[in-house]
Design a protein around this ligand. Structure first.
Ligand code: MTE
Ligand code: MO
Length: 324
């Protein structure tokens, strides 16, 4: 009998791409799980910032009469600006947490337009300045939960996505909203790595997109978004795993059918379109707890990331005991 030793078999012979990717993602999860506690404390020291950052805001200037702004949530402090801007996922610029802060500085964010198109009565290409003139960004402090098992509290600046969608007048047949990240290696300085298939695409059901919690963000801690966080404008859907909150958006399209989004296309047996935060269902790894960046130990993950009251009704009649 011919028995191949493991060493004789190339991984490409015994696994297809999906299984390989699953394993790669699982390994990444395992490494992360083993190192998160250390990571929460050490990464700041391991990473010497190479870029000048705006002074973190939220504190009154020395000698100023203005009271410092309170950015946290009840019982939860906002994650420091340094952490929010140096521990990132932005695969266009590399797959480790520190590459975005280094390499996304090359992202050309001006001029920038966002095209809102598809099944709408009034399609329109918005210049970024026009967007922020039409829709005044407000402070929104949200929990952010990555499917890798870490979380933050981020004081976003943004406006409801619903306001923009209402302006373009969705047609009756529109059921889903598709979002696309810029994909322009020459013009915008986004390298075409082989980490994923570009452009990064995400989507929401129209009623999810119209929920007042869903925002387009243009800033953090009252400062304009830095490239690593998805400048100049990105989606934020706080009740879903972080990968739904697509960065550096150039196109928003209303469509009839559920779109195939980046991570679902990449690893369909791991990720679902909805990807609502659910501590009871494992995705990639157990999702019942999370590491809040900067904290000791792990805390319990909440259903819908703590926003059940605002969004659970969107999923009435859906069996939430498995992953969608
Ligand atoms: N275009 C694009 N958007 C993206 C990603 C990405 O790789 N590319 N990563 C997602 C993931 S996995 C997370 S957790 C959040 C991270 O956002 P932050 O770095 O601003 O915290 O962005 C999401 N949006
Ligand atoms: Mo994520």
């Amino acid at each position: 009998m011919l028995i191949k030793k493991p060493g004789d078999i190339k991984s490409s012979e015994i696994t297809d791409k999906k299984v390989y990717l699953n394993r790669r993602l699982f390994m990444r999860g395992a490494v992360l799980a083993a190192s998160t506690v250390a990571t929460g404390f050490l990464y700041r020291r391991l990473l010497a910032p190479e870029i000048d950052l705006p002074t973190p805001t939220g504190k009154a200037a020395p000698g100023s009469q203005v009271a410092p702004k309170q950015w946290g949530l009840p019982g939860e402090e906002a994650t420091p600006y340094q952490d929010i801007t140096h521990y990132n996922n932005f695969y266009e610029f590399g797959t480790d947490k520190y590459s975005p802060a280094r390499y996304a500085q090359k992202l050309v964010t001006r001029p920038w337009t966002v095209s809102v198109e598809g099944l709408v009565n009034k399609p329109k290409v918005f210049d970024l300045d026009e967007l922020t003139r039409l829709f005044t960004p407000e402070d929104r402090v949200y929990r952010h939960r990555c499917v890798e098992g870490w979380s933050m509290v981020i004081p976003w600046l943004g406006f409801p996505l619903a306001e923009l969608l209402k302006l373009v007048e969705p047609q009756g047949s529109a059921q889903y909203v598709v979002f696309e990240t810029a994909n322009d290696p020459k013009g915008r300085g986004i390298p075409q790595t082989d980490a994923l298939t570009w452009p990064y695409v995400e989507g929401l059901r129209l009623d999810e997109a119209l929920n007042p919690l869903a925002i387009l963000s243009t800033g953090i801690y009252g400062e304009a978004l830095l490239p690593q966080n998805g400048a100049p404008v990105r989606l934020v859907v706080p009740w879903k795993y972080g990968f739904k909150s697509i960065k550096s958006v150039v196109r928003i399209k209303l469509v009839e059918r559920m779109p195939t989004t980046t991570w679902v296309a990449e690893v369909p047996d791991v990720y679902g379109f909805y990807s609502n935060v659910n501590p009871d269902v494992d995705v990639l790894r157990a999702q019942s707890t999370e590491q809040r960046i900067g904290d000791w130990g792990r805390r319990k993950t909440q259903p819908f990331n703590g926003y059940a009251e605002q969004v659970a009704h969107l999923y009435d009649g859906m069996d939430l005991s498995y992953y969608h």
